[in-house]
Design a binder for this molecule. Structure first.
Ligand code: G6P
Length: 609
């Protein structure tokens, strides 16, 4: 969602700020803005749409030359997509400018209070309320005014603030939204994610919730919102610049689909021991006893991560024999869930910042659950709020439509399942067999990727159709959901995923001549049943695209198009069957002329509820 970049130092900063903002474009946004203090005066420019629109506008009004500045990409929450609502927001008295990621929940009450004090608002945003509040409390010390204002607000924020009256001082703070302070030579680059910083420095301060940092070109001071000094945690950012570049690919999504073999090899490295039939997960080692005595597993997530969590649910019940359920975090947290002794809650999230997932996790912890994270982004909010966890290690995912994170999440959940299963009923031999099968996944994905051209040709046949079905059973029911989600996210084609059996209970009414129905029809316990469902679609004129197991010639009699995946134990098959669906979605979006990496209305990381 919203992206933040700020700078204070000795160099003119406009180009650095805009370059950082472009690195954050993948997060999803609908307007952009920049402010710098130039010759003691605040200069501001905002534009609706892409960062390139902002650049054009700056060009026409004359570029800014100050050495302190803020810029922002906004994903609309409070108020429509307009220039007035774009950040930075300013107060009406002191030349204070604020950029903000998150939501100020009590903004309406604060706005009334400020209006009564005579402040006049120009936007509908919660952020302008924060800017005015800081202005109202300002008595010549920006750091103190920010601390005081943040003591009054509830909600989530990552903010950067500057003020005409203290032209060399930048104040930043966070609670619940990510913010990293990069430390350069005589300069600081602040951003909501490391990708906007790594081109300049790898040293960074990682802030805790309620931390405030006052920065000048000469140095910094860290405190809490109650002005208690804090010793900063300085870390090396692990992100490499080439990991966030396209490296010859047309889109990040394409790059990430093709990176999956490498990403999974990295995910498995040092964790699989086929010889002894065991999985080594350092992040869970300290909780061995609690995990042996588990009575229930609740997996919670949103979006693609929920589909991976559903596969985890199936695996944990099937192989580790522990009652499990996967649930939308947004539902779980508000339905007054019962957490009994022996419950573990597993939060699955690529970004580790999804607001609902974080909130569900906190709710479960308060009710006494042990919490685990299956997260990609190291040091993210969720990973810092769990008792233990396993990182995906698939590298940064930039494409809004999640691909390698999904296969990474399923891979980690498979390892967690084996870790738990070995503590209960699974023999070392059984575990060793599954480990050996897991080790084949990267090579098998490579074999599927080699069929890219054929998958594109199949997609081309159906790309004009506006309604698609995705159907699967058992382990591949969540894959069907994921296939449908991928297609609608980036190609804007209406697609529904469902258990194949459910089709007869309503959706079958949609099937008409030539409607594409994608079946996950690889070999498994319910293969015969899937075949029956395929015939039901064919009988009504639907066109079947089957994802089937190599060597299954029989299926050609039923499906118009067959995309083959290598054989693998059924529980691991979603890591293979999803790959043709990812490629179909990608090609459909490209063929329809859409911007694959910047799909309309979507955000990579949804940091508001
Ligand atoms: C957004 C993204 C999805 C993602 C979901 C959960 O909706 O567009 O791709 O699956 O958030 O994100 P997380 O970072 O928690 O995995």
């Amino acid at each position: 969602m919203c992206g933040i970049v700020a700078y204070v130092g000795k160099k003119p900063c406009q180009s650095l700020l805009l370059e950082g903002l472009k690195r954050l474009e993948y997060r999803g946004y609908d307007s952009a803005g920049i402010a710098v203090i130039q010759d003691g005066a605040l200069r501001l420019c905002k534009a609706v749409g892409r960062v390139s629109n902002l650049e054009d506008k700056l060009e026409s009004i004359g570029n800014f030359s100050g050495t302190i500045g803020l810029c922002h990409t906004r994903w609309a929450t409070h108020g429509g997509v307009t220039e007035a609502n774009a950040h930075p927001h300013t107060d009406d008295r002191n030349g204070i400018a604020v950029i903000h990621n998150g939501i100020i929940e009590n903004y309406a009450a604060l706005k009334t209070y400020l209006q009564e004090k005579g402040h006049v608002f120009k936007s509908q945003t919660d952020t302008e309320v924060l800017a005015m509040l800081i202005g109202e409390l300002y008595e010549g010390d920006l750091e103190k005014a920010v601390q005081a204002a943040l003591r009054e607000v509830t909600g989530a924020y990552a903010i950067a603030v500057m003020c005409e009256r203290e032209p060399g001082t930048l104040v930043v703070a966070r609670k619940g939204s990510p913010l990293i302070v990069g430390i350069g030579a005589d300069e600081f680059i602040i951003a909501s994610d490391a990708s906007a910083i790594v081109a300049h420095t790898a040293r960074a301060i990682t802030l805790e919730d309620y931390n405030v940092v006052r920065l000048t070109a000469e140095g910094f001071r860290t405190s809490t919102i109650h002005d208690v000094p804090v010793t900063p945690r300085i870390e090396q950012l692990e992100l490499e610049l080439q990991e966030i570049e396209l490296s010859g690919h047309s889109h990040f999504m394409q790059k990430e689909i093709h990176e999956q073999p490498k990403a999974l090899r990295n995910c498995f490295r040092g964790r699989l021991d086929a010889k002894d039939g065991r999985v080594i997960l350092g992040g869970l080692a300290d909780h061995g006893k609690q995990l042996t005595n588990l009575r229930r597993v609740v997996l919670t997530a949103q979006g693609t991560a929920l589909h991976a969590a559903m596969i985890g649910e199936y695996m944990i019940e099937d192989l580790a024999k522990i009652p499990s359920i996967a649930e939308y975090a947004s539902e779980f947290r508000y339905r007054n869930p019962i957490i009994e002794d022996g419950t573990v809650v597993v939060a699955v999230s690529q970004s580790g910042e999804t607001a609902d997932t974080l909130a569900a996790l906190q709710e479960a912890r308060e009710r006494g659950a042990l919490s685990l994270g299956v997260i990609n982004v190291v040091g993210s909010s969720i990973s810092r709020n769990t008792d233990a966890g396993v990182y995906l290690r698939v590298g940064p995912e930039i494409g809004v439509a999640s691909t390698k994170a999904f296969t990474g999440q399923v891979a980690v959940l498979a390892m967690v399942t084996l870790f738990l299963a070995r503590r209960r009923f699974m023999s070392a031999d059984q575990c060793a067999d599954l480990i050996r099968a897991l080790e084949t996944v990267p090579d098998k994905i490579e074999a599927i990727l080699a069929q890219n051209d054929r998958i594109r040709r199949v997609t081309e046949k159906y790309v004009e159709r506006d309604n698609w079905l995705f159907l699967g059973r058992g382990y591949n029911y969540p894959t069907a959901l994921e296939g449908a989600l991928k297609l609608k996210e980036i190609s804007y084609i209406h697609a529904e995923g469902m258990p194949a059996a459910e089709m007869k209970h309503g959706p079958i009414a949609l099937i008409n001549e030539g409607m594409p129905a994608v079946f996950l029809a690889n070999r498994g316990r319910q293969y015969e049943k899937v075949m029956s469902n395929i015939q039901e679609v064919r009988a009504r004129g639907g066109h079947v695209i089957a994802v089937a197991t190599e060597g299954d010639e029989e299926i050609r009699r039923y499906a118009q198009d067959v995309l083959y995946v290598p054989d693998i134990p059924e529980c691991l098959s979603p890591m293979l069957t999803v790959v043709p669906l990812q490629l179909m979605a990608y090609h459909a979006a490209v063929l329809r002329g859409h911007d694959v990496d910047k799909p309309r209305n979507l955000a990579k990381s949804v940091t508001v509820e």
